[in-house]
Design a protein around this ligand. Sequence first.
Ligand SMILES: [Zn+2]
Length: 173
Amino acid sequence: MPSRQNRGTFRVGYGWDSHEFVRGIPLKIGGITVPYTKGLGGHSDGDVLLHAITDALLGAIAAPDIGSLFSPSDPKWKGADSAVFLREALRRVRAAGYLVTNLDSTLILAAPKIGPHTAAIRRKVAELMGIDGDRIGIKAKTPEGLATDDAAIAHAVVLLEAKPARKSVRKHN
Ligand SMILES: [Zn+2]
């Protein structure tokens, strides 16, 4: 039976997001601009992957979700760089006493092909999250049978581990 001290050593988080394609705006995925004729609409820059990752981080520490912290109706977030949301989620994760162990994600979109951009997305997400690229899974699939060709969908899971306890002076020594 795990000891009480070990309870909460790990936390898992899950996030999901979708955005509709809109002609004539930049396509931001994972913090990079992917060349395409359409981008993702919605509040902020529509970065579906960073939104899913942000929600996974917030969910892991039972914090309010991205829509609660950064209301889509608040004009402040119109066109905002989604890295701002991710940084706030990471700040809350650290404040709760956790580090990110790894992240896995899946993008689901009919076009454009994400394969050629996977390495660049991984590098950017690694930089934003402050973890090595070999702790970041970026996968992409086409939406077979889902009839979601006008949208991009992202799923993300994160594993957090408790920060190592700081050495403190023992009381009874
Ligand atoms: Zn979103």
